[in-house]
Write a protein that binds this ligand. Structure first.
Ligand code: TA6
Length: 294
């Protein structure tokens, strides 16, 4: 659907506006009673969330590219149907193809609590169908309200042996990473992607003074981002088996093209993930993972 078709289909939603970037990427501006959110149809990608009278919750790279088929750096990319490198074919794109695919809008709902929910979906074609899958798709539901909630639901019908992993790869905005900590992971084991070792979180909080890329191997239902001893953001997650924490720090930031050299000071990725490869063998299977930021 092009921009004018979308505008006429959702004409009765006065709180929604559609815009197109110079390169043709379509985004929706969602104004709820409590907040404003921006969602790109490419990747069902939330690029902004600002509650009324508050600052932006999400970090978005000033060097982000808004081009068809290129991931947008920052906001909330969705990693699906795999996280990181593909388990068997390294030529496939890092973090899956959902983040560079164009989603359809299924519906937009104004809720009684003053929030707005946008439901998007992506139907998978191509390679995965050769495994005998009749239907494999992803629904992404984004609620723009007092909080921001992103829920991904994978639906597979009559499929067998389809591996997948996934993540809601949120880039949170922080004023100064060195005065920021993350509370809620104490006594959790994690895989340190930088050292290749499994280690254990002994401190109450995770502190940031160097590159970090960790997979905490337990669902963390409640995490708190703390800035200078004050609670900044609360993160609630469900349906995940891991939490990923990432900040590229000085050297890695310089190597990432669409990442400003100093950008690491103002961001922190906290990701709800499912990283144990799943096999679905029969019938209709549905799985949801969700992250709420407030
Ligand atoms: O979630 C952490 C991570 O997988 C890191 O290892 C890092 O590479 C990051 O995501 C960003 O990946 P991207 O493909 O968006 O450059």
């Amino acid at each position: 659907m092009n921009l004018s078709q979308l505008k006429s289909r959702f004409l009765n939603h006065e709180n929604i506006n559609f815009l197109s970037s110079a390169q043709g990427l379509v985004k929706l501006i969602v104004c709820s009673h409590h907040s404003t959110g921006v969602i790109h149809l490419q990747g069902a990608h939330v690029t902004s969330f600002v509650p009324k009278n508050r600052k932006e919750f999400l970090w978005l790279s000033p060097l982000a590219k808004y081009k068809k088929g290129k991931p947008i750096r920052g906001g909330i990319p969705i990693c699906w149907p795999w996280f990181g490198a593909h388990p068997s074919d390294p030529s496939l794109p890092q973090h899956g193809f959902a983040r560079t695919s164009i989603f359809e809008i299924d519906k937009i709902t104004d809720l009684n609590d003053g929030s707005v929910t946008v439901q998007l979906s992506l139907q998978v074609r191509g390679d995965y169908l050769k495994f005998g899958v009749l239907s494999f798709y992803l629904k992404v539901q984004i609620n723009v309200g007092v909080s921001l909630t992103v829920t991904m639901t994978s639906v597979i019908d009559n499929g067998y042996s389809i591996p997948w992993s996934e993540a809601i790869h949120s880039y949170l905005a922080v004023d100064d990473i060195q005065n920021t900590s993350l509370f809620g992971l104490r006594d959790t084991r994690y895989y340190n992607q930088l050292s290749g070792q499994v280690e254990c979180q002994l401190d109450d909080s995770v502190y940031f003074d160097q590159e970090i890329d960790r997979i905490y191997k337990q669902p963390s239902n409640l995490l708190t981002v703390i800035y200078k001893n004050k609670n900044l953001l609360k993160i609630q997650q469900s349906g995940s088996d891991a939490t990923v924490i990432w900040n590229p720090w000085v050297n890695k930031a310089k190597l990432i093209q669409d990442f400003p050299d100093q950008g690491y000071q103002n961001m922190l990725c906290v990701e709800a993930a499912n990283l144990e490869t799943r096999d679905q063998r029969s019938g209709k299977q549905e799985h949801s993972i969700s992250q709420m930021i407030s």
